[in-house]
Design a protein around this ligand. Structure first.
Ligand code: G3P
Length: 226
């Protein structure tokens, strides 16, 4: 399962990209608004793309297909490798179909049910983003939707990439991998938490302390010889 970072924060993206563990970044209007509100979106997206050099999902804000297609054209003029993120609404499906005919990658977002995912796939979506955490927030089992989508995809031989989104903690990442998601897009905090274990830190401290002790003993032994 690939990992993407779900962020528009350049420091976070720079850091995680430098670790070599992500192959893409997903953004949305809320993530962009959380950063400097006066930021030029085109400039911010291009900075993100230069840091990642891989998948970058950029979301449209129109709610009609023609408006979405106009926005997609503009985003693609910034960098032709952009993945156009489109909301899971009927007008969005129309736009996805048109973009798929033009061989433009699309990421259908705000998917909460397998039937929405199926419709997005049939419209030609490259990625279907299932919002796990937001379903958990309202007392539903978000990961069950990822599992159902995987099962349907395998039975039917469907091709959209299953993207587990709205990830909230490290267990979501593991569960998404077990559920068969192709990608999990994770917030910085959850991704960094997923790298840590207290026994790793404890073990490293012990290794370094023993190494230091050994060096001291070698230095002492050398001193005794002169
Ligand atoms: O990028 C879309 C999705 O991952 C949003 O997550 O935490 O706002 O539910 P969240």
């Amino acid at each position: 399962m690939e990992l993407y970072l779900d962020s528009a924060n350049l420091d976070e993206i720079r850091h995680v990209a430098s670790l070599g563990i992500i192959s893409g970044v997903t953004t949305n209007p809320s993530l962009l608004a959380k950063e400097d509100p006066t930021v030029d979106v085109r400039q911010r997206i291009l900075e993100i793309y230069s840091l990642v050099g891989g998948h970058v999902s950029v979301e449209v804000v129109s709610t009609d297909a023609d408006g979405m297609l106009r926005e997609a054209e503009e985003i693609l003029s910034w960098f032709p490798e952009a993945t156009i993120k489109i909301p899971m609404i009927p007008e969005g499906l129309k736009a996805v179909r048109r973009l798929s005919q033009q061989e433009v990658d699309t990421n259908v977002t705000l998917i909460f049910t397998p039937s929405q995912a199926l419709a997005a796939n049939n419209a030609g979506a490259t990625y279907v983003s299932v919002f796990v955490g937001r379903l958990d927030d309202v007392g539903s089992d978000g990961m069950a939707v990822v599992r159902d989508v995987r099962e349907i995809w395998d039975i039917q031989g469907l091709s959209s990439q299953i993207l587990a989104a709205s990830i909230r903690h490290p267990m979501h990442i593991i569960e998404a991998a077990k559920a068969g998601a192709d990608i999990a897009t994770c917030p910085y905090k959850a991704l960094m938490q997923s790298l840590q274990h207290p026994l790793t830190d404890k073990g490293l401290s012990a290794f370094l302390a023993d190494h230091r002790k050994m060096q001291e003993e070698i230095a002492k032994a050398k001193g005794a010889l002169v």
